[in-house]
Write a protein that binds this ligand. Sequence first.
Ligand SMILES: [Zn+2]
Length: 194
Amino acid sequence: MSKVEGEIIRAAQELEDEDAILTPWADKQYQDASDGMVNVEIDEQIIIDPAEAAMITDEVEPNEFIHYDVNLNKRTCGCAHWQHYRIACKHAILVWEKYQEQLAERNGARMEADAYVEARARFAVGDKPYFLAQVFIEAANDLKTNRINIKLPCESTYVFDVNKYPPKPLPKSSARAGAAARESVRERTSGGHE
Ligand SMILES: [Zn+2]
């Protein structure tokens, strides 16, 4: 086993032990967005329709405000961060939270805390396999048991860094991808990038 492979398997074990939902790179982007939410506000009266733009207000400097439109279905925000990184920005997460709140009010039932945390993290990365820890762990397990040359949910095993998984999509038709990754890629890959 090469040094890189050993490192990948160890990193996967860590993610598993921590019950991680996201890979470290995705998690870092997501945490930054969550932390930034303190400066973002949304009109209390607004009714969120995921198919329509919802406006938020971002206090970029003290008393300096910028408005952005967030569309949950299209996964777009006026700040362009969401489209660029494919991980929800602070504005999008706030709109999602507001929407969940309104859904819960309508349905009369709230998600359990654990389910909410997972749903929010999955929303943030759009359920993209290359951002999800589970896919990474499965790929590393395949590597351990089959010793096959799998494509991991990060750019390349050669530039593998446990703290930085670049936001590169898996190739569309990677014959060597692990079965689970292949499944979810087929389902999810929409093309149109790079
Ligand atoms: Zn934004």
